[in-house]
Ligand binder design. Structure first.
Ligand SMILES: [Zn+2]
Length: 585
């Protein structure tokens, strides 16, 4: 089904293979990048002329919210989100609506038209895993995976409090297999459990109700378990106190906790040859730095606390972050951090929904509009860009909007252009509240990211961070045939006079090729390519698993469903693709 394709004469940006704008041909056969095509194969190949254009691996989003119960709650509670934004059906596509929480079909089409081919749903509550997989099943165009929310899970908290790290590891391994998920998500550890009692935790060393465990103990335990098992990605941490002025201090301290945990990953998987070592070298992946870096002590003296954290990240090697950038306009805040959403609802008077997922976690949803006239929102815009510009090494940064929390993923082109063009940033500074300049360091930053940097923070770093560099974010021989061609001539790039051009070019990729098939061309969906769902298949000592399951079955009496009904069967997944993690015994 996958076509044979030759992409000729493009300027290739492939950071995992240290290719920086070289004019090259890329060949794809049977869905994979190949070194060359024979004369016979060339005769039947589709040839795409990329002369004077930019060629990158397909985009990889390692943090988005596009599937599952809270996304669907967002759709249900926001009919107004659909009024202005719709896409008519074509002979091969469905129609759809929604700007910040689009319908499933639209999500796939709009990612594809921007050049993205892979996305990870960043919060899957175990009990909602079936629902999440059902939605992922319906999202076209994208390879996907999901992170399992474990930071307030009763079973985890009990094991970690008892110091039984082996059973905690056996539980994580079993849960990943049971719910077909990819990595560990930790949201406001210990605090979401307290939210069940209308409370939160204020510091890393405050114990929560009933379990009497601290956020520090949970972060320590989860990061240790993650590396014991050798999961493909580091723990994805949403720190405590998020969204409160002054929270940057908690975040910074949280990042010191896994400093001593040694990253571990079994490299016995089918790696493609990449020049940059694709082994996992980070022990923590901080989510949406912007939301975790509020400075000041109240909204009156609110300021950016980003620089304090980026200074720390620059001095360390164990941290990778994504930005959670704010591109202004409509957003829908949705997170497993129920108390933080409650605070937003109180602050804005907006409609609000909240959910407690029994024994496991919680969530909240609240519509939000980021205004250029608002002082705090303007600082948040600057903070999202500081997050990506103040960290020197692009291998430590990933561009996101925490879709749709900072804004919808369809605004990635704006974020990419702000990063590349100081002139565009200055234009925006002239339109927003003066706090953006007064209360952040962004105004003094002259750094402009190159196309190579953009390829790093939107392709190579997310793929490497998630242990996917053997397939994604790379154009090495053997990698997936996922390619983006932008109609951007790097030799004529003028980011000062012509940045508006970039906005359109990033928005509508000239070509998005997935698995060797032309998926999108200039904003039009050309085909519906095959896709996969990745999950971590972790083997642990059978005896340890048996002992752990005895506990779990015993404690299962507190659930409202039976143990047999808990697992998510593989049939809920589109092309289930287990990653063999192979724990060392
Ligand atoms: Zn998120």
């Amino acid at each position: 089904m996958a076509a044979t394709i030759a992409i000729k004469n493009g300027h290739v940006f492939d950071p995992l293979n240290e290719i920086n704008g070289d004019i090259m041909d890329i060949y794809i056969k049977d869905g994979k990048v190949v070194p060359e095509l024979s004369d016979a194969e060339m005769k039947n190949a589709k040839v795409v002329d990329a002369t004077g254009k930019t060629v990158m691996p397909g985009g990889v989003d390692s943090h988005t919210h596009i599937a599952g119960a809270k996304v669907n709650s967002g759709r249900l509670m926001r009919p107004e989100d659909s009024y202005k934004w719709n896409r008519p059906k074509t002979s091969i596509t469905h129609g759809g609506t929604g700007e910040t929480v689009p319908s499933v079909y639209l999500e796939g089409y709009e990612y594809a038209q921007m050049g993205y081919t892979t996305a990870f749903e960043a919060a899957v509550p175990p009990l909602e895993a079936r629902h999440t997989h059902e939605e992922m099943h319906s999202i076209p165009m994208l390879d996907m995976g999901g992170y399992l929310v474990l930071g307030n899970n009763w079973f985890m908290m009990r094991y970690l409090k008892e110091g039984d790290i082996n059973k905690a590891a056996a539980y994580v391994a079993w849960m990943m297999r049971t719910h077909k998920t990819y990595g560990i998500k930790c949201v406001n550890p210990a605090g979401v459990e307290n939210w069940g009692w209308g409370k939160n935790v204020e510091s890393l060393d405050e114990t929560n109700i009933h379990f009497e465990i601290t956020p520090r103990e949970i972060i320590e335990g989860l990061t240790e378990v993650n590396e014991m098992l050798g999961l493909p990605m580091p723990v994805h941490l949403h720190a405590n106190n998020l969204g409160h002025p002054g929270c940057y201090e908690t975040t910074k301290e949280s990042l010191t906790i896994p400093a001593k945990v040694k990253p571990n990953q079994d490299m016995g998987v089918e790696w493609a040859e990449t020049k940059i070592d694709p082994t996992k070298d980070k022990s923590i992946y901080l989510t949406h730095l912007q939301f975790n870096a509020f400075g000041g002590t109240s909204w009156r003296d609110f300021e950016s606390g980003v620089k304090d954290i980026t200074d720390y990240v620059n001095s360390q090697d164990h941290v990778v972050i994504d930005s959670g950038s704010v591109p202004f306009g409509e957003a829908t805040c949705m997170t497993g951090d129920g108390p933080s959403i409650h605070d937003i609802a109180v602050l804005t008077g907006s409609k609000w929904s909240n959910c407690d997922v029994e024994l496991e976690c919680g969530s909240g949803v609240c519509p939000f509009t980021y205004l250029k006239s608002n002082p705090v929102h303007s600082v948040q815009w600057a903070m999202g860009l500081e997050s990506l510009l103040l960290i020197d090494d692009p291998w430590k940064t990933i561009m996101t909007t925490d879709n749709p929390n900072g804004g919808p993923f369809t605004k990635y082109p704006n974020v990419m252009t702000w990063l590349m063009s100081e002139a565009y940033r200055n234009e925006t500074f002239s339109e927003v509240h003066k706090w953006a300049n007064d209360r952040s360091t962004l105004g003094g930053v002259s750094r402009e990211l190159s196309l190579y940097d953009i390829a790093t923070i939107t392709r190579a770093t997310p793929a490497k961070t998630n242990g996917m560099a053997h397939r994604k974010g790379s154009l090495a021989v053997g990698a997936d045939g996922d390619v983006t061609i932008y109609d951007i001539d790097p030799t004529r790039l003028d980011v000062t006079a012509n940045y508006n051009d970039l906005l359109t070019k990033f928005r509508y990729a000239d070509y998005t090729i997935k698995g060797g098939e032309i998926a999108a061309h200039n904003g039009e969906i050309m085909s519906i390519p095959e896709r996969r769902t990745y999950y971590s298949d972790i083997k642990v000592d059978a005896n340890e698993e048996k002992k752990m399951l005895e506990d779990v079955k015993d404690w299962f009496r507190y659930y409202t469903l039976g143990f047999e009904n808990y697992p998510t069967p593989e049939k809920y997944l589109v092309n289930p693709t287990p990653i063999n993690v192979n724990m060392e015994k």
